[in-house]
Design a protein around this ligand. Structure first.
Ligand code: PBG
Ligand code: ZN
Length: 307
């Protein structure tokens, strides 16, 4: 983890690759809008993780794609859930890789929202217990770090209390502290099959115009016990990353999200841009802005290039 948060170079040690885990065996289902990313079953994810270690990449961020979704996101906090199975397998087979789990409900709810729906809207407070149960379940499966992505208020305190109460006081919380309501999550929602069935996420994700509000969200999360934070998206918010860096002294990750990745891939596929250079330039800019580590779908090719 120290290697993960070391400050200056562009180094595979500072990369985290997001993975989408589905059920089945031997599955590598291409995600059309994010080539060559795939939905992976647990066994192929383990293979992938072995390769990541050989490239010097520090970790993965796991997203689950359950077979069944329901109103109450049961699959998120099921000890036999898809992410829990993947965590156990990866920690058993590839123990040197840091396994971070995305703690959210939107991949598990039939309506695709990140929280519990009451009267047609996400209800903040009653969503907290789902998130806390999910985080404890991930820790029990062996997750090294849990990363709440939901943007409910008070979730960090709720997770910390639940984790400590269950004996996981050593499990760090990586908070998506500043997560903007961004168009750049589009391809991810295809990948994770988590497009909201009605409305949008603007009641709980942040207005792209607001920096001071982002700083407030960060302060609150750190006060509540966040050990590290994520800024998301990255490229359109480099100024926010820089401000966060100057303001607080916890490690800061930046998430080069799906749309940032897909734009480069699409332009390169058309011969309009040099893919390798665009990849390295954007990653470097994110690091320069102050990110200690980067969540990126380019983790493998960038590590190969740096290797
Ligand atoms: C869900 C979540 C999203 C992403 C990470 N976690 C999508 C969303 O909020 O709709 C986006 C990541 C990406 O676009 O690569 N809480
Ligand atoms: Zn969500």
């Amino acid at each position: 983890m120290r290697r993960l948060v070391r400050e200056t170079r562009l180094d595979p040690a500072n990369f985290i690759l997001p993975l989408f885990i589905c059920t089945g065996e031997g599955v590598r289902r291409p995600i059309k809008s994010m080539p060559p990313q795939c939905q992976l079953s647990v066994d192929t994810a383990v293979e992938e993780c072995r390769e990541l270690v050989s490239l010097g990449i520090s970790g993965v961020m796991l997203f689950g794609i359950p077979d069944v979704k329901d109103e109450v996101a049961s699959g998120a906090y099921d000890d036999q859930g898809i992410v829990q199975e993947a965590v156990r397998a990866i920690k058993r087979e590839v123990p040197g890789l840091i396994v971070i789990t995305d703690v959210c409900n939107c991949e598990y709810t039939s309506h695709g929202h990140c929280g519990r729906i009451v009267d047609g809207d996400v209800e903040n407070d009653s969503t907290l217990q789902w998130l806390a149960r999910t985080a404890v379940s991930h820790a029990r499966a062996g997750a090294d770090i849990v990363a709440p992505a939901d943007m409910m208020d008070g979730r960090i305190a709720a997770l910390r209390t639940a984790l400590d109460g269950a004996g996981y006081e050593k499990t760090p919380i990586l908070s998506y502290a500043a997560k903007f309501a961004s168009v750049f999550y589009g391809p991810f929602r295809e990948a994770a099959e988590s497009t909201p069935q009605f409305g949008d996420r603007r009641s709980y994700q942040m207005d792209p115009a607001n920096t001071r509000e982002a700083m407030k969200e960060i302060d609150l999360d750190i006060e509540e016990g966040a050990d590290m934070i994520i800024m998301k998206p990255a490229l359109a918010y480099l100024d926010v990353i820089l401000q966060a860096k100057q303001r607080c002294n916890v490690p800061i990750g930046a998430y080069q999200v799906s749309g940032e990745y897909s734009m480069i891939k699409a332009a390169a596929a058309n011969g309009w841009i040099d893919e390798e250079r665009a990849m390295m330039e954007t990653l470097t800019s994110i690091k320069r802005a102050g990110a200690d580590f980067i969540l990126t779908y380019f983790a493998k090719p960038a590590a190969q290039l740096l290797g």
